[in-house]
Design a protein around this ligand. Structure first.
Ligand code: GLC
Length: 724
């Protein structure tokens, strides 16, 4: 849990300017600033024939809208800003938003893939590129990063997350906020919006939008740290989640929005509701009317109403009736005005569209970055008999599967601004990389049906080739929002296709393009090599081929646990010991399954091998406020340069409150040449040793601590240190 204070971007100058604007606004204008609509939602009224958008344009003209999202480009943005400038009294520019989750037109790997790179700085760069690209289209507010801790691969939105660990997610949260909040110095800037605050990823049964029930302890130990990192990094807004926390949906949850966010953390940015979440207060059954939903949200501290229209419809009346103090409205409007001032919108409400050549130059650099990010996101899970890398000299390759000649699905979820025509498919990537080798292709089967019609052609392609690459996985529609699954298997007839092809006895590499961990224990028997390639975006095919043919040595590590079966879920490394650790009868175990993961958190292989040695601590005991340094030497004992993610885990052996078996407290990604070594050190102090005690106080308790240093959460060498 971080203890630093948030960056104060809300300077006196910004606040004074905001107060000055506020002083001239009517109550309706103030509430208009707290109102946001989805431009993409445009039904036609069957009776009147009037479109929703026509009504919305009129609302904007009357100064009753503060933010719009899902616009289609700079021209439209400038038109609406002009409408404001020419028709409203206070001429307050719109804040234009968009879900820029993993790229804009240049689609980068899904966040769960980028998390596999264990390289927050890479995410900073992709986030900055995405903001630059979307800013040129008028977007000043990106609804990212998504930093929900996700331990349940049934939940489709795990694809948008950084995975199961608070430290890794926190590092990415900080980098993503810093990368996505840019300022071109010429009056164009963007705000980030970490989401979904809070605990949305703990939806029961992995079913999206389902009930969330967690202790204040799990909230504070696991869920909140990444959001605190995001706030301390200067996030200008945060999005409240749909779900309840301790019985109250987030957009009406004063404990979340005021006690923690404002009073404890000093957050000064905008709190936005999620889509129509005020309406959902009625569905949840915690508001009996639109007015009550409106009242609960504003009094709990929700500044911006996304798309329900409740604030605009009811807040002026509630203020005039004295049920909501106007000071509550003023507080929210001040934050919204302050962010708009900070973004330079008052000086420059219009988007400056870059010139053709500037856009083309930027695009080329984004494409390069997309390939770099995709390569680093790939995780090598199995490589028996050095099946990989494939040879480029002469060996013929069969490329088989529904994700092979496929440009749509590698875009992944939340990639509306991407263009499948610009995606490099795995088949293309292999064709371009294979050099002299000949390539035979067959789809084999689809993901949507159990038909085996394509099997014969696939077997024929495999028979003609020396080696087989299977392109397997999920369609992009199978992960993301409202895409929970009860199975973690391969959709359609893919498993049967694998079994049929494997029976030919050729070397088989399975490439998995999915939005979530899949539970495929049987695949170990059928594929000599397995590569987890997620949904990697526009450069998918080149990046995977770079790895398959050895032009890039994979260094990815899993940011989330891969289960043996869906029955084990939720399964995560950060688990407690319990009073009966898994063993035989009468222990915490299954009679029909292992309790171990298929692949543990932090796992990943390389084309080279690494050895760990000389693990030492500069002192073996420290005071509660002391610090120690742990050192390790990592040697590359293979023949080629490789990247290793050195991971440090901690266990508090005896504490006043149960502690996880292991907790990631540090990591470092290093590139090491063949027969070379790297010496690494990690600081361990209060930040790493502290627990939240039974009184919910942060404290370092005396006792023994075990530190592990190793390549993943299941392996490593340990040392013991004592706090006295
Ligand atoms: C969606 C999502 C949220 C997104 C918002 C606007 O329902 O929950 O992540 O930013 O609506 O599209």
């Amino acid at each position: 849990m971080t203890t630093s204070s948030p960056r104060t971007w809300m300077t006196t100058e910004i606040l004074d300017q905001a107060k000055q604007i506020l002083s001239g606004m009517s109550l309706e204008e103030k509430v208009g600033q707290m109102t946001q609509y989805d431009w993409g939602y445009n039904p036609i009224n069957p009776e009147t024939g009037v479109s929703q958008r026509d009504l919305l344009v009129e609302e904007i003209r009357q100064g009753r809208v503060g933010s719009i999202f899902n616009l289609a480009g700079a021209e439209q943005a400038n038109e609406l800003q002009k409408l404001i400038q020419e028709n409203t009294v206070s001429r307050i520019p719109l804040l234009i938003g968009r879900d820029v989750i993993h790229g804009y037109k240049t689609v980068f790997p899904i966040p769960l893939a980028q998390a596999s790179a264990w390289n927050p700085d890479l995410a900073r760069r992709t986030a900055e590129a995405a903001s630059r690209e979307s800013m040129a289209d008028g977007v000043a507010w990106v609804f990212a990063p998504m930093i929900d801790i996700s331990r349940d691969p049934r939940w489709g939105r795990i694809a948008e997350s950084i995975g199961e660990d608070p430290l890794l997610t926190g590092e990415y949260a900080k980098a993503w906020v810093e990368g996505s909040q840019i300022d071109d110095g010429a009056g164009q800037a963007t705000a980030s919006c970490p989401k979904h605050y809070a605990a949305y990823g703990l939806a029961e049964a992995g079913r999206d939008y389902n009930t969330v029930d967690l202790s204040d302890r799990v909230l504070r130990e696991v869920i909140l740290p990444p959001f605190r990192e995001a706030v301390d990094a200067g996030a200008l807004s945060i999005m409240a989640s749909f779900n309840e926390v301790n019985g109250i949906p987030a957009c009406a949850n004063e404990y979340l929005l005021k006690t923690i966010l404002r009073e404890e953390w000093g957050f000064e940015g905008i709190v936005a509701s999620d889509y129509n979440a005020l309406q959902e207060l009625i569905t949840h059954g915690v508001a009996g009317s639109e007015e009550e939903a409106c009242e609960r949200s504003i009094l709990a501290g929700c500044d911006m109403d996304m798309h329900s229209g409740f604030y605009m419809r009811h807040l002026p009346k509630l203020v005039r009736e004295g049920r909501v103090p106007e000071s509550a409205v003023d507080e929210s409007v001040l934050r919204i005005l302050a962010v708009k001032i900070k973004l330079g919108l008052f000086e420059q409400p219009y988007v400056t569209v870059p010139t053709e050549e500037a856009a083309a130059e930027a695009r080329a650099s984004f494409i390069e970055l997309a390939r770099e990010a995709a390569r680093e996101s790939i995780v090598l899970l199995r490589n028996e008999g050095k099946t990989l890398p494939l040879s480029k000299q002469g060996a013929s390759v069969a490329v088989i599967g529904p994700l092979a000649d496929n440009r749509k699905d590698p875009l992944g979820c939340w990639a509306f601004d991407g263009n499948p025509e610009e995606v490099v498919s795995l088949l293309e990537g292999i064709r371009q990389a294979a050099g002299a080798a000949s390539v035979h292709y067959a789809e084999g089967c689809s993901m949507e049906s159990d038909s085996e019609e394509g099997f014969e052609a696939a077997l024929e392609a495999a028979r003609q080739a020396d080696v087989v690459v299977l392109a397997l996985g999920e369609a992009l529609e199978m992960s993301g929002e409202s895409r929970s699954r009860t199975s973690l298997g391969l959709p359609g007839a893919q498993r049967k296709l694998v079994e049929a092809v494997a029976a030919l006895g050729k070397p088989v590499t399975a490439v998995l393009l999915s939005g979530r961990p899949l539970a495929l224990p049987w695949l170990q028997e059928k594929a000599d090599a397995i590569v987890q390639a997620w949904h990697l975006g526009v450069q998918s095919g080149h990046a995977i081929a770079d790895v398959l043919f050895g032009d890039y040595n994979p260094g990815g590590r899993l940011p989330v646990t891969f289960p043996h079966n869906v029955g084990q879920v939720p399964i995560y490394y950060y688990r407690k010991k319990t009073g009966r650790p898994p063993g035989g009868v009468y222990s915490s175990y299954y009679i029909d399954s292992t309790t171990e993961p298929l692949f543990p958190f932090g796992y990943g292989l390389s084309y080279t091998q690494f050895e760990y040695s000389d693990i030492t601590a500069d002192r073996t005991s420290i005071a509660a406020d002391g610090k120690l340094t742990v050192s390790v030497t990592v040697t590359n004992i293979g023949e080629r340069v490789g990247e290793e993610v050195v991971q440090v885990y901690l266990r508090d052996e005896v504490a006043s409150v149960t502690q996880p078996l292991k907790k990631l407290i540090g990591f470092s990604k290093v590139s090491i040449g063949p027969n070379e070594s790297a010496a690494l050190t990690f600081k361990v102090g209060m930040q790493q040793l502290a627990i939240i005690d039974q009184h919910m106080k942060l404290i370092v308790e005396p006792g023994d601590f075990t530190l592990w240093i190793g390549p993943n959460s299941s392996e490593g060498q340990s040392i013991t240190v004592k706090v006295v």
